[in-house]
Design a protein around this ligand. Sequence first.
Ligand SMILES: Cc1ncc(C[n+]2csc(CCO)c2C)c(N)n1
Length: 98
Amino acid sequence: MINASVAIQVLPAVEGQEVIRVVDKVIEYLKSSGLNVYVGPFETTVEGEYDQLMEMVKRCQLICIEEGAPSVMSYVKISYKPEGGIWTIDEKVTKHHQ
Ligand SMILES: Cc1ncc(C[n+]2csc(CCO)c2C)c(N)n1
């Protein structure tokens, strides 16, 4: 059941172009979940089941470390409604696309 959405911005402590490479790994991982993923210039949003999303948030930090960042800071926003029926990404953004 889709009962949550999460927006995550990872900020791996790496230099220059390395940031792109490491963030790309995280985005690849999020997409590999098969969930609906919306990549933005500052953060990526994913919608799905709460527990799965929380596990995915944990994994995002580990990917940054595995990819060589000595440390990582992440900013996470969570929308959660246990019984389901949260607004979807599409409902929130599609009408704004030209
Ligand atoms: C999880 C996550 N998603 C998006 C960004 C924002 N961002 C930073 S560099 C870049 C380009 C990657 O090719 C993008 C989209 C982030 N920081 N963390």
